[in-house]
Design a protein around this ligand. Structure first.
Ligand code: FEO
Length: 402
């Protein structure tokens, strides 16, 4: 076993024993420009307990980090907070190496583990609110169903006030820093927002309920240890506050203009619409889809009050990248948006109508009819583009929404 991997001490009894994935750039459709970590945690209690594992190819790294503090064969319990394979993929290898006495998961987790690894009969279900003694320390389980899988739960270490929060409060950010207070703050907030916008946004009503539930439980929390990215040890409530804002759908006076273009006609319209919006005092993000990944558009949408989408007509339909981003955004169920459709065309011009239909399905309130321009926008068409931006700015009002 490699001796080059070390555990990182978090508290008197808890160690980070996860893995850093510096290379990953696509996480099931979500761009991860800064890589990620798969966090697993070792609790050195009378009953030595491993909270979660890692993505399967990183299991040797996990076991080596465990071995830097204790023989993996001494692991008594394994807790599986979440079955998605970036956290459970290493479980079969860990079970083979450690032969723990027991594995615990939520009721839905037991089923999901059975369906992934045929482990059902060997996993013990724990219920919401149930406690588990580790001898000198105690764990409690908090179900977080559908955040973001039916099986999701969190585990709380009472004596050291550590919340192992699974995917919640995490982010895709590889690095040598293990704690949030060691990371550049801009990158930290940007990646936390990106994670929320791309994974949790459609579940915002459930996030709000979970935050209420955790508040009702009144658990003192000194540290939040998520399954990805840095651990929140200084001001752990900061990320909880950000989640409360995001779950509430708070909006800035901001618009996203996203488009693709064939001969720059729709591109010219997009940039001019952006100028119209900016002239109305709106913060604008113009996002050409040859340069912006769908998940970056989703991130900018997190606090945007307006979405304007442009597409040329290609083969009687939308340009494929535009259909892609709208399909993705629709699934994220953004709320409280105004918007508009625009695009150039040569002869048939169906794209803008299709855009309006899709925006309607997303419940985007259209601030004006679609702006269609034949072939190349002239001065009049560019003036209409600017006016469209101004009209949306007016609909956004003068105040940020909440
Ligand atoms: Fe990080 Fe839902 O797995």
């Amino acid at each position: 076993m490699s001796e080059s991997y070390r555990a990182v001490k978090m508290t008197d009894h808890v160690y980070w024993v996860g893995a850093v994935d510096w290379a990953i750039r696509d996480f099931h459709g979500h761009a991860t420009q800064r890589g990620t970590t798969y966090n697993a945690y070792l609790v050195l209690a009378d009953k030595v307990t491993l909270v979660d594992t890692v993505k399967a190819p990183f299991t040797d790294e996990l076991l080596a980090r465990v071995a830097s503090v204790i023989d993996p064969a001494k692991i008594d319990y394994v807790i599986s907070n979440h079955t998605e394979m970036d956290h459970s993929g290493g479980l079969p290898q860990v079970l083979a190496a450690a032969k723990p006495e027991k594995v615990f998961a939520s009721t839905m987790g037991v089923k999901a583990l059975a369906e992934h690894f045929r482990l059902g009969q060997d996993v013990q279900a724990v219920k919401d609110g149930e406690s588990l003694t580790l001898g000198n320390l105690d764990l409690a389980f908090v179900e977080a169903r559908m955040l973001h899988w039916p099986d999701s739960m969190m585990t709380y270490l009472a004596q050291e006030q550590v919340l192992f929060s699974s995917d919640a409060f995490g982010m895709h950010l590889a690095g040598s820093e293990r704690f949030a207070d060691e990371v550049d703050d801009c990158a930290l907030v940007e990646e936390a927002a990106k994670y929320y916008a791309n994974i949790l946004l459609p579940l915002s009503p459930l996030v709000a309920k979970l935050l209420e539930k955790v508040a009702r439980l009144n658990l003192p929390i000194s540290m939040i240890a998520p399954s990805h990215g840095p651990i929140w040890r200084r001001e752990p409530t900061r990320i909880v506050g950000l989640y409360a804002d995001w779950a509430a759908g708070k909006k800035a006076r901001k618009a996203v203009v996203t488009y693709d273009t064939m001969w720059e006609s729709t591109g010219k319209m997009a940039r001019t619409i952006g100028d119209g919006l900016a002239s109305g005092g709106v913060t604008v993000r113009v996002m050409p889809l040859r340069a912006a990944h769908r998940s970056d558009v989703a991130t900018e949408m997190l606090d945007a009050g307006a979405l304007l989408v442009g597409s040329p007509t290609l083969n009687n339909g939308l340009f494929p990248t535009v259909a892609d981003v709208l399909t993705y955004l629709k699934g994220l169920k953004p709320r409280n948006l105004v918007g508009a459709a625009f695009g150039s065309y040569g002869w048939s011009g169906e794209a803008t109508g299709q855009l309006e239909e899709m925006l309607g399905e997303m419940k985007v309130e259209l601030a004006a009819g679609a702006l269609k321009v034949k072939y190349v926008p002239d001065d009049e068409a560019l003036a209409a583009s600017f006016a469209l931006g101004s009209a949306v700015a007016e609909r956004l009002g003068t105040e940020s929404q909440s």
